[in-house]
Design a protein around this ligand. Structure first.
Ligand SMILES: [Zn+2]
Length: 378
């Protein structure tokens, strides 16, 4: 029933998606983001109680509470997580507008993840239109800053997830099979600033202390912290330093990306990086940063949630697979609170953060049916 209803919603899905894409929403662009928030608040007003959570540093966040009549008072809700910000600067849509070719729809931010917002709306509408009952209240949270690490929304996400039964994250699945995600790496971002002492490289180099030589030592020390067998990675992704060829460099700096599957590994890395010690006499290190997202560890409860979704998906003819991602999402925050979290429930497609970003329209409608089924059964 759900599948037939949603399969007939192709034009509606594309209409919503076209409007969401046309409202460009680069992270941090408050005026543009807030204009989209106004549209979202209007669209979801018929489905639940809409709260607009102010964010002075960027777009506001949208929270929709959908009641589940007939369920016991105080039943823990299901949390559905989306974000409306995109990595695309304003003006991208003019050069690459929303369009549809056959079963494929294209547009900046469509796959990651404006199609997901349209799917959430359609799923909730389907439940109401078909007279189905939600298994528990639903909280739909649509945030404005996932693509920049969720600096403003993190506290709201954590406060909202606390007390929820589970979290369903509508990030894109893992292609090519469209696998759902029960694990994601935690992500650490560190900046290491090195201070040495400048001197003339020809006249009195012995009076200097090279920050760049020290940088080289520290890069190798950092690389040695990786553990490929455990999937723990270190990437020194940016370096800079020095002031000229003939000057012993007084300053150098690097930015480091570290990732790990488990909180134990994250703690090991964080401790090791914070205790890095200079090897060059006269040089000092200053380490800033830390783990921005904790690992989304595969837990028995998370695996059980996937198994339930897989069984429900099978009733719709969907063969759902389980996967893991080296990238992070807001699901990392909810999982770290102990809330079972299933990620990758967005539309099948391709090209996240890339110019060929696209979704399968029929796939999005199937996944909207799956979401509606999860909300009525889990
Ligand atoms: Zn995303």
């Amino acid at each position: 029933m759900l599948q037939e209803y949603l399969a007939a919603q192709r034009a509606t899905l594309l209409g919503i998606a076209a409007r969401l894409v046309a409202h460009e929403s680069p992270s941090g662009d408050k005026a543009r983001c807030d204009a989209l928030v106004t549209l979202l608040a209007e669209r979801f007003a018929a489905l639940g109680t809409v709260e607009r959570h102010a964010n002075p540093a960027g777009g506001d966040h949208v929270l929709v509470r959908v009641a589940a009549p007939g369920t016991p008072a105080g039943a823990p809700p299901a949390l559905v997580l989306c974000h409306y910000d995109t990595v695309w600067p304003a003006g991208t849509v003019a050069t690459r507008p929303f369009h549809v070719e056959g079963d494929t729809a294209y547009g900046p931010g469509l796959y990651d993840m404006k199609a997901s917002i349209a799917m959430a709306e359609l799923a909730l509408r389907a439940v109401a239109a078909l007279g189905l009952s939600l298994a528990r209240p639903v909280i739909l949270l649509i945030t404005s800053d996932e693509e920049i690490g969720s600096p403003s929304s993190r506290a709201l996400i954590e406060a909202t997830a606390t007390g929820c039964a589970h979290t369903l994250v509508l990030e894109p699945p893992i292609e090519p099979a469209g696998a759902l995600k029960t694990a994601r790496k935690g992500i650490g971002m560190f900046t290491i600033a090195i201070s040495g002492r400048a001197a003339h490289a020809g006249v009195e180099p012995e009076k200097g202390a090279s920050a760049i030589t020290e940088l080289a030592h520290q890069i190798l020390a950092l690389n040695a912290l990786a553990d490929p067998a455990q999937g723990t990675t270190i990437n020194v992704g940016l370096v800079r330093g020095g002031s000229g060829r003939n000057v012993v460099p007084a300053e150098a700096l690097m930015e480091v990306d570290v990732r790990a599957w488990t909180s134990a590994e994250a703690a090991r890395l964080e401790g090791a990086i914070r205790s890095l010690a200079p090897v060059t006499p006269g040089v000092s290190l200053a380490v800033a940063g830390g783990f921005n997202r904790p690992p989304l560890e595969r837990t028995p409860a998370g695996a059980a949630l996937f198994a339930q979704a897989q069984a429900l998906g099978a009733t719709l003819g969907l063969a759902l697979h389980e996967g893991a991602s080296g990238g992070g999402s807001d699901g990392n925050f909810t999982a770290a609170l102990g809330v079972p979290t299933l990620d990758g429930l967005g539309a099948p497609g391709a090209g996240a953060h890339a110019a060929h970003e696209q979704i399968s329209v029929s796939g999005a409608l199937q996944r909207a049916a799956l979401l509606a089924l999860l909300l009525t059964r889990l």
